[in-house]
Design a protein around this ligand. Sequence first.
Ligand code: ZN
Length: 146
Amino acid sequence: MFKSLLLFGSLMFSLAASANCELSISANDAMQFSSKSLEVDKSCNSVKLTLTHTGQLPINIMGHNWVLSASDDVQELAIAGMQSGVDNRYVPQNDPRVLAATEVVGGGASTTIEFSIEQLSADKSYTFFCSFPGHFAVMQGDFKLI
Ligand code: ZN
């Protein structure tokens, strides 16, 4: 009895330790994300992501957001995002290629989103990027389901 409880306890612990469903990333005035790669557990139903702008520049000069798409869609989405303009936070509206997108934040601000990853596959390649005009080429990284 005691042994099985112990086993159960360690199993619960390992499940809790392996499920990584919350992410945080920061971006700065030097147009850089704090991470080039993010990983979440594929068993997560949804992922909670917090983007923090650790710089001081205002949103209209050095705004940042966090957009997730299939890696093949990044370039076209970044261009479409730029054309969508500031009122649409540089994200094309109702575009199924956008898997997740935060608000745009300026220096000192942060934003959190929660999004489903149930339609994502561990076999496909995903990329996160900032769609603020001119940023995506340097502000991007890998998003992996593990
Ligand atoms: Zn940016």
